[in-house]
Ligand binder design. Sequence first.
Ligand SMILES: NC(=O)c1ccc[n+]([C@@H]2O[C@H](COP(=O)([O-])OP(=O)(O)OC[C@H]3O[C@@H](n4cnc5c(N)ncnc54)[C@H](OP(=O)(O)O)[C@@H]3O)[C@@H](O)[C@H]2O)c1
Length: 429
Amino acid sequence: MATKWGICSAGKVSRDFSVAVNLLPSEEHKIIAVASRELTKAKQFVKNYKLDNTKAYGSYQQLADDSNVEVVYIGAIHTEHYKLTTLFLMHGKHVLCEKPAAMNSAQLDEMIRLADKKKLFFMEGLWSRFFPVYRQLRHELDTQSLGTVRYLHATLGSPITGVPRLVKKELGGGSLLDLGIYLLQLACFVFEDPPIGVESTGSLNEEGVDEKVAITLHYSGNRTAQLSCDITMWLPNKAMVCGSKGIIEIPDKFWCPTSIVKDGERKDFPLPKGEFIERWFNTPGFQYQAAAVRESLLKGELQNASAPHKDSTLIHQLMDTIRKQIGVHYDADGPIPNSNPSYSVNATSYSINAQMIDFGLVGCNGDVNCDEGVKGDLDSDVNVGSDDDVKMDSNYIVNGTADIKMNGKIDDNMDSKGTRCQCTLKTIN
Ligand SMILES: NC(=O)c1ccc[n+]([C@@H]2O[C@H](COP(=O)([O-])OP(=O)(O)OC[C@H]3O[C@@H](n4cnc5c(N)ncnc54)[C@H](OP(=O)(O)O)[C@@H]3O)[C@@H](O)[C@H]2O)c1
């Protein structure tokens, strides 16, 4: 029996996804309804993209109320993902939600919890993971054909600042959530375990969202990922995975690739053929993702092993950390905590296998409390005196900021008038 899809929102990516799914065998996939906030837009969508016998709804609620819809693809802008996923899960639908599935990890945690509670399938649309190139890469990594992989380099950029949803804060703008997520999913795919340190820098537009971000992820065993995204200009848009025995390159569009080069030898994986519409790149590849969702549904799985909840969780935690480091805050994050009389210290460097962080503060005296997003026990006293150490457990994700509650003297590193202070965190191994 065909998987019965509902499409939530009639925007550009919904169009690409729908056209791709509509070209899959109709006994396997059927788009039975499309919803937009405007009925005319939904009707136009159904007509334009030749979706036969597909209902058009003028509200997302009507799609949720349609008992025939089995799984909803959410192609609305980022800021709506949490609300819409919740709506459809509450109405008993499985959900495939475009990336980023949420604005932050707190939202994502709730979405996953709800899906689990309702025993419904939920997946973030990390479509990259379903391209045959990623299967090939997984094979190379699993068989250790590159030896020990210690370095990943990937960049993704294109000049897209003319698109409102990418630059406006209230629409969830910013390069990290839109493009950077592809870099992070690749890093999580290659290295699998969480990084033990995160360093990032970025530049923000006048709205306070990032136009470009450069990220270094530190992993145990001297493994590193260097990643950059940019919405103001083109970057090479390729990835390199480097190991002790060789190099794999994904030479073009690493997030939706059709070829892989290992030690100079190229292997191509042509896209499915058909009358696809290209809004962006390689949109026939949406078929791979849709087919994987169907497979999971047939098996009764609540998540797909190629884009599991744990990966989305880690990716969102990393995006939270990076946003804190570069100073991007969305309404969904809640009010900015007023740390006065605490001092917020921006972490800019970490090293590996840290059991201790040296806050490098001289003459300070107080408690260190790391705020949300940090895994592990980081609460500790800072001793009076110089170069105070903070004990922490090793199984953690560094958040990048820590509130230092000051009781005593503040030295020159601290701006005693402000509530923020730039300070390099370095680890002592
Ligand atoms: N996987 C990929 O390759 C890929 C590619 C592009 C984008 N995406 C993701 O897909 C999502 C949508 O991107 P897009 O480029 O398709 O955007 P888009 O063309 O602007 O469409 C987004 C849709 O969101 C709906 N929407 C709901 N509330 C809205 C609001 N308050 N303001 C504006 N629109 C609202 C609108 O649908 P209605 O008017 O019909 O209700 C709109 O058409 C983003 O999260 C993006 O990250 C993924």
